[in-house]
Design a binder for this molecule. Structure first.
Ligand SMILES: *Cc1c(COP(=O)(O)O)cnc(C)c1O
Length: 384
């Protein structure tokens, strides 16, 4: 049996062999504790970690001192949301976010609500994008934090974060962005886009799992209360011994992604256009979810009206894809993101997320479109 074609690059990406190569010495040879200051084992490990910090900072126009390693974007989002509300919430007890954020951001927002802060969940339009006027109306003088993701993990739309951040800044609020799906794929710059806090993840950019960062602007108004007690690592914001191999891997992955960004985007765009064209030619009733222009080219979220969603997935064993976010598919039920853009429940269930990436080939694209067309035909075709 052949392995299914991997089309779930929004859930995670395979590791780039160049990343593994950079990491390997830090498991065996350079095993020191990066926080040991009295010998060369510690210094070597620390040097690796600090290089990674500079590599990541360079991609987003930040200072290395503003990068705080975490276990991933989930932890960074928790730290940004809970930590900011705890630090600033006494004076400004309100937070604004989007209904279509990643589950871990929404759950962090629920948690601060339970602590007594107010949260406004701004809706998105049918194209998945926020209406700037609605966003502006939601942000007030009591708003401590505005958190809006850069690229949506389910439907791939790119939110106008620079415009939103400017509104937040004018009201004196801190702006956070979950950029796990955007980092290394579209241009991000913390200064030109007025970003105060940003969450990133290693395993979405062909790096290792279990590592991420919180970018925190070095300004007093950007205050975040730590969520763990420990030995003061990462300037006390995120204590615990760092994992040098993971940090080094994330740094290398960031540098590669940044260097090859334009070239990779072009290649993915060509493949995605081909995939979309062949699907639409044979199945004109197929619906593309999310704005067609303001989107990351590696993501295609499509609905197959009239089909049974569970049966569809069961018939697609040759393709490794998902019907929504990986983290939400453990809990069954249709996607809340598709619901937020007005897709009815039955159609939402008959929807697929196709995520192509660095290692996707033209042959795999052709196999995927042939398989999808064959399966839908076998199931009786679309009934719009
Ligand atoms: C994957 C992802 C996360 C979670 O990142 P982890 O590093 O796996 O914790 C958060 N937000 C978005 C948008 C993601 O795509």
């Amino acid at each position: 049996m052949r392995k299914p074609v991997y089309l779930d690059n929004q859930a995670t990406t395979p590791m780039d062999p160049r990343v593994l190569e950079a990491m390997t010495p830090y498991f065996l040879e350079h095993f020191g504790n990066p926080h040991s200051t009295t010998h060369s084992y510690g210094w070597t490990a620390e040097a690796g970690v600090e290089k990674a910090r500079r590599q990541i900072a360079a991609v987003i126009g930040a200072d290395a001192a503003e990068i705080y390693f975490t276990s991933g974007a989930t932890e960074a989002n928790n730290l940004a949301v809970k930590g900011t509300m705890q630090a600033l919430g006494a004076k400004r007890p309100h937070m604004v976010t989007l209904v279509s954020e990643h589950k871990c951001l929404l759950e962090s927002a629920r948690s601060v609500e339970l602590s007594g802060y107010r949260v406004t969940y701004v809706p998105v339009q049918e194209n998945g994008l926020v209406d700037l006027a609605v966003m502006e109306a939601a942000i007030g003088d009591e708003t401590a934090l505005v958190s809006v993701m850069a690229v949506n993990n389910e439907i791939g739309v790119i939110q106008p974060i620079a415009e939103i951040a400017e509104i937040a800044k004018a009201r004196g609020a801190v702006f956070h962005s979950d950029a796990a799906q955007a980092f290394g794929k579209i241009n991000l710059n913390v200064d030109t886009q007025h970003i105060d806090l940003m969450s990133l993840s290693g395993h979405k950019i062909y790096g290792p799992k279990g590592i991420g960062i919180l970018y925190k602007r070095a300004e007093r108004r950007v205050a975040v209360t730590p969520q763990m007690s420990g030995g003061g690592q990462e300037k006390g914001l995120r204590p615990g011994t760092l994992a040098p191999a993971q940090c080094v891997g994330f740094g290398e992955a960031a540098e590669i992604a940044s260097r090859e960004m334009a070239q990779e985007e072009g290649r993915l765009r060509t493949m995605m256009e081909r995939l979309k064209a062949s699907l639409k030619a044979k199945m004109p009733a197929v619906i593309i979810n999310g704005d067609e222009d303001m989107r990351w080219v590696g993501n295609l979220n499509i609905s197959f009206p009239g089909l049974d969603g569970e049966l569809l997935l069961a018939n697609l064993r040759d393709l490794a894809l998902s019907s929504g976010a990986a983290c939400a598919s453990a809990v069954s039920g249709p996607s809340y993101v598709l619901k937020a853009i007005g897709v009815d429940e039955r159609t939402a269930k008959a929807s697929l997320r196709l995520g192509i990436g660095r290692f996707t080939t033209d042959e795999e694209i052709d196999f995927a479109s042939e398989t999808l067309i064959k399966t839908v035909t076998k199931m009786g075709g679309l009934k719009p």
